[in-house]
Design a protein around this ligand. Structure first.
Ligand SMILES: [Zn+2]
Length: 278
């Protein structure tokens, strides 16, 4: 009986191997993946009018109480001397709090930040709780008059975005997302055209956390709690020197939103939902 079972299994395995080999030989690239296969490419939005970079600000309002917290890991290309003098552009306590609270999050990181904090960048990038997206290499502005940031010439914008991805790869971030947040959130038609060839989706927000240069964590928490609606994207910061209250605000925001029935998701989930029909 046992030998018969073994024989059946052996025949079945041989059959499977033959089918696999046959399929590989006869249909090398044309076979569609089965419906249950994991999605290998993150969802993106279709290009906008005239092929411009699409801009995403929030997810569907009618698909349940989900919210994406996003954290900009800001460091400008010329801030190296300040970091060397002891200024902290990272915020490890914030990342630790997200892990403790089990909150998925999207971190928009500058390439310069990844170079300054390679161990943290790699750890964030390899943690399935998080996804890393692109916040430029230099954190220079992609449009004029942007919060006092130096402005990048249009012909250097695409290279700046690609340099950030190169920095992520160098420090060991495996799969940075095809999402881009303009430094300062500033963009115009020229900027959307300049980065369109990258195929990225630009990600803005609909809720400003107001944590930049804030000193009152409760005020930040209130602003977020008042602003969040289903599908919201909240912009906060992962930069301790410029946003010192964010971790404390988070410890109030997370339980209160959960008590209201919200589930935290990454930006990719909202973009995927926005691209679905029905
Ligand atoms: Zn920024």
């Amino acid at each position: 009986m046992i030998s018969q079972v073994r024989k059946v299994i052996t025949v079945a395995l041989l059959g499977a191997a033959a089918l696999t080999a046959c399929g590989t030989r006869e249909a090398p690239r044309s076979a569609p993946p089965p419906p249950s296969a994991p999605v290998s490419r993150p969802p993106t939005l279709a290009p906008g009018p005239a092929g411009l970079t699409p801009v995403f600000s929030h997810g569907p309002r009618t698909r349940g109480k989900v919210v994406a917290l996003t954290f900009d890991a800001d460091m400008t290309a010329d801030q190296g001397p300040r970091a060397a003098a002891g200024e902290r552009f990272d915020h490890p306590e914030l990342i630790a709090a997200l892990r403790t609270l089990k909150v998925p999050a999207t971190v928009f990181m500058t390439g310069r930040w990844a170079e300054e904090y390679p161990v943290q960048a790699r750890a964030i990038g390899r943690d399935p709780l998080f996804e890393i997206a692109n916040h430029s290499y230099s954190h220079h502005a992609f449009a004029a008059d942007c919060h006092g940031l130096p402005t990048l010439p249009a012909d250097r914008m695409r290279a700046d975005v690609e340099r950030a991805y190169a920095a992520f790869r160098t420090v060991g971030v495996p799969d940075a997302m095809p999402y881009f947040r303009f430094p300062g959130g500033c963009y115009d038609r020229q900027a959307l055209r300049a980065v369109s060839a990258t195929g990225l989706t630009a990600v803005q927000w609909d809720v400003v956390g107001g944590d930049a240069f804030a000193t009152d964590a409760d005020a930040v928490a209130r602003q977020v709690l008042d602003g969040v609606r289903p599908g919201s994207v909240v912009v906060l910061h992962c930069t301790r020197s410029a946003a010192p209250t964010t971790e404390r605000a988070l410890r109030r925001i997370v339980p209160e939103l959960r008590a209201e029935g919200y589930r935290f998701v990454k930006v990719s989930e909202l973009i995927g939902a926005a691209g679905e029909r029905g």
